[in-house]
Ligand binder design. Sequence first.
Ligand code: SF4
Length: 376
Amino acid sequence: MTEIKNTLKVLEKVCLNPEEYLENIRKEKKIIGCFLPYTPVELIYSMGFHPQILWWYGIETGASSKYLPPFYCYPLKSLLEAGMEGKLDYLAAVLIASFCDSLKAIGQNWKVAVENIEFIPLVYPQNRDLDCGMDFLKSEFLNIIKILEEKFNCKYDEDKLKEAIKLYNERNQKLNKLMDLANKHLDIITPKYRNYINKAGSILDVKDHIKYIDELIAELEAREEFKSENKKVLLTGIMADSKTLLNSIADSNLDVVSDDLAQESRQYRTEIKEYTSDPLFNLCKKWADFEGCSMAHSRENERVKIILEKIKENDVDGVIFVNTSFCDPEEYDYPIIKKALEEKNIPQILIESNKENTSNGQIKTRIEAFQELLNS
Ligand code: SF4
């Protein structure tokens, strides 16, 4: 038990104070900040950089309003603010993939507002099932390689990308296994720790993440299964990275047994397959194979199917849709998911989560009311 707690505490520390861990990384490698999910971290890693996925920065926003309207999502507002305040000066560059309108516009603002940190643009095609979409994405990845080679005196190497892909695939498989195992130990893998285990993957070197995942798997496998009497919930949205929300869920005796969060399982669920001997093409195909996110267009609503499957597999009692304020892609998906859940009589609740919001008491009350509904 002590070993598990120690490993979880290490991950908690990394998530709450990433600067300390990154300071050590920086002695050996340059760090590239990747704005939100699905950036080609495997490629960046293979070229000798440390990719850090940036989700938000805990900061009051003010100066960034010179560039962004008040209805911009908090993650991007806070990252621009942090860049302007010099808090991200440890980064060699930021790579911003334009999945939504807010991400499309932030790059242009970044160039003007944070001149000292190189901006690397990346456009993902939404025609993901067409060959021309893959050709376009490959040209975008080649552009990233060109920028990195020119600016940082490094070289793209196919074999190194193959190794990186193997490593990230291994991490993803192991993390999925750990998440299944976690459901048998919900007394210790509480909502907060579930979040830390996943989120640490955005900060840690992939090899370190694998090491901690291996430790947790071994420690949980050696432990007797815990039978929880709590109602089970699934979280969906961009992220549920809020202490208030996760503690309210735990305090209301609800267990998080599954998720469909961009910060968590959506990042880790798509394996990079070996379609061809060209690893760059295989990396492009990951985007074609990826399903179930408001940022990735699909002809069928795969997200609904994925959520319903997860509900069935994990015996979920209710769904918490965590909406990051002013996140258009998620707001469009919510009515579709709500309708699908209502048709199946699965209780759901929409919670607005915003690092800047002052409605922490309201979140707690709404989660308590949801728990009462699930138990009624
Ligand atoms: S998907 Fe939503 S939270 Fe993410 S950058 Fe776009 S608007 Fe912001």
